[in-house]
Design a binder for this molecule. Structure first.
Ligand code: PMT
Length: 401
C-alpha cells in the first residue's frame, strides 16, 4: 500500500452514498494516510460531520467562511496540503461545477485551488448519470487528467436499477493509489504468468508444485497500478484477481502454453513467474485409477517449454523476463536459462533462502541481465520486488528505443 504518509483531502457531497465515505475514511487511515474531510452543506443532511471527525481525527470543514483561528485561508491551505484530492461520492451537481470551474462552496473552491491529482467517484440516480450532460462533464474532467472511478451497476437507493452506485471501497482505494502512482507503464501491454500448473493423472489426481501465485500476482498488480494494460495468465491459485488486471485461468502447462503464445505477439513485456510443470503423465486415465497390490510406475512426457518458445518468437522491442527457481547452483543454472531462452532479464530465487520462493510474502532474488550485469536486492515483500523488476524492464525498454 503506497498511501502511507500521504494527505488525502476527501470531499463528501450530498447523496445517499455519503455514508460509504465513512468506510473510505477508515480504510484510508488504515492504509497510513492522513485524511482531511470537506463536506458540502447537503452532504451534512445525509451524514453528520462528527462521524468523519471521529474517523479522521481532524476537524471537518463545511463552511467557506468558517473561522479557523490558524489565520490561514482554509481552502488554499487544504488545496496545498493535498497529495491527492478525492470527491466521493460525487454528485452530478459537483461534477458539473468541477467541469465548468464554478467555485461556490468549500469543496469547489478547494478543488479549483489544488494542484494535486483529483479522483472523482460519481454516485447518483441512473438517469442523472446516463444523461449526456453528466457524461460530457465527466469526459471533460477525464480529458483534463482527472481520475474517474466508474460507478457500479445495480439496484439504487431510489429503486431504479442501473449504473450509478458508488464504487466499492476497494475500488475507490485502488483509484486513489493509482492517482498517486507515476503512470510510467501507461500504454504498455504486459503479460504475466503466475501460479502452478496441474497435470492430470486421472479425474481426481494431478502432478503440481507449491507455487501460490503470489509473485506473479504482485507483478501483475503493480504493473496495472503503474498504468499498464495487464493480462495475467494464472494456474490454479487461491488469490483474488488484482484490480485493473484481465485474468485468464488455465490448469495445465499445455493450456498455459496456448493462452500465452496466442497473446504473446501483442505484448510489450512478458514476465514468466509461473512454476510450469516440465512433465505430465503420458496418459491421463478417463476414470479414477484403482489401487492395485503392487507399486505403480507412471510414465511422464515433456511439456512444451513456454519461455523457450517465447524467446524464439520474441519480436524486436519486446522484453522477456523469465524466472528460475533452484535448490542448487542458483546463479549458474539461472544464467544458463537466461541465455538458452533468450531472456532480457532473469529473476533467480532459491528454495534454500529463508523468506524466498514458494508461498512466502517476501522474496530474495538475483536479477541477471543479458549483458552480464547482476543485481541482488535485499529480502523484501514480493510487491516491492515486483516494482524493481518492472523498473529494470522499463529501463531496458527505454535504452532500446
Ligand atoms: O507463486 P509463489 O508461491 O509466489 O512462488 C514464486 C515462484 C517461486 C514460483 C517464482 O518466484 C518463480 O521462481 N517462478 C518460476 C518457477 C519455475 O518454474 O522455475 P524454473 O526454473 O523451473 O523455470 C524457468 C522459467 O521457465 C520460468 O520462468 C518458468 O515460468 C518457465 N517455464 C518452465 C517450464 C516450462 N515448461 N515452461 C516455462 O515457460
Amino acid at each position: 500500500m503506497r498511501l502511507a504518509g500521504k494527505t488525502v483531502v476527501l470531499c463528501v457531497t450530498g447523496g445517499i452514498a455519503a455514508y460509504k465515505a465513512a468506510d473510505l475514511t477508515s480504510k484510508l487511515r488504515h492504509a497510513g494516510a492522513a485524511v482531511r474531510v470537506l463536506m458540502t452543506e447537503s452532504a451534512t443532511q445525509f451524514i453528520a460531520p462528527m462521524t468523519f471527525e471521529s474517523l479522521s481525527s481532524n476537524r471537518v470543514v463545511v463552511d467557506t467562511f468558517d473561522r479557523n483561528f490558524a489565520w490561514e485561508v482554509e481552502h488554499v491551505s487544504l488545496a496545498k496540503a493535498a497529495d491527492v484530492f478525492v470527491i466521493a461520492p460525487a454528485t452530478a451537481n459537483v461534477i458539473a461545477k468541477a467541469a465548468h470551474g464554478i467555485a461556490d462552496d468549500m469543496v469547489t473552491t478547494t478543488l479549483l485551488a489544488t494542484k494535486a491529482p483529483v479522483v472523482i467517484a460519481p454516485a447518483m440516480n441512473t438517469g442523472m448519470y446516463d444523461n449526456p450532460v453528466t457524461q460530457q462533464n465527466l469526459e471533460t474532467l477525464r480529458a483534463r487528467g482527472f481520475h474517474i472511478v466508474d460507478p457500479a451497476a445495480g439496484r439504487l437507493a431510489c429503486g431504479d436499477t442501473g449504473r450509478g452506485k458508488l464504487a466499492d471501497t476497494a475500488d475507490l482505494i485502488w483509484g486513489v493509489e493509482k492517482a498517486v502512482t507515476p503512470q510510467d507503464l501507461r500504454d504498455r501491454r504486459v503479460l504475466v504468468t503466475a501460479g502452478p500448473t496441474q497435470e492430470a493423472l486421472d479425474p481426481v489426481r494431478f502432478l503440481s508444485n507449491h507455487s501460490s501465485g503470489k509473485m506473479g500476482y504482485a507483478v501483475a498488480a503493480r504493473a496495472a497500478l503503474r498504468g499498464a494494460e495487464v493480462t495475467l495468465v494464472s494456474g490454479p491459485a487461491a488469490l483474488g484477481t488484482p484490480q485493473g488486471v484481465r485474468r485468464v485461468d488455465v490448469v495445465s502447462a499445455r493450456e498455459m502454453y496456448e493462452a500465452v503464445v496466442s497473446r504473446a505477439d501483442a505484448q510489450d513485456i512478458i514476465v514468466k513467474a509461473a512454476a510450469v510443470g516440465d512433465y505430465r503423465p503420458a496418459q491421463t486415465a478417463d476414470e479414477k485409477m484403482k489401487k492395485g497390490e503392487g507399486d505403480l510406475s507412471v510414465e511422464l512426457t515433456r511439456n512444451p517449454d513456454i519461455l523457450a518458445e517465447l524467446g524464439r518468437k520474441k519480436r524486436p522491442g519486446q522484453l522477456l523476463c523469465g524466472f528460475a527457481m533452484e535448490t542448487q547452483n542458483l546463479l549458474d543454472n539461472a544464467s544458463d536459462k537466461l541465455r538458452r531462452k533468450n531472456c532480457d532479464l532473469l529473476v533467480a530465487n532459491s528454495l534454500r533462502d529463508k523468506g524466498a520462493g514458494f508461498q512466502t510474502d517476501t522474496n530474495l532474488a538475483t536479477l541477471l541481465f543479458a549483458d552480464g550485469r547482476r543485481e541482488t536486492p535485499p529480502l523484501m515483500p514480493k510487491e516491492e520486488l515486483a516494482d524493481i523488476i518492472l523498473d529494470r524492464l522499463l529501463m531496458l525498454s527505454q535504452s532500446a528505443r
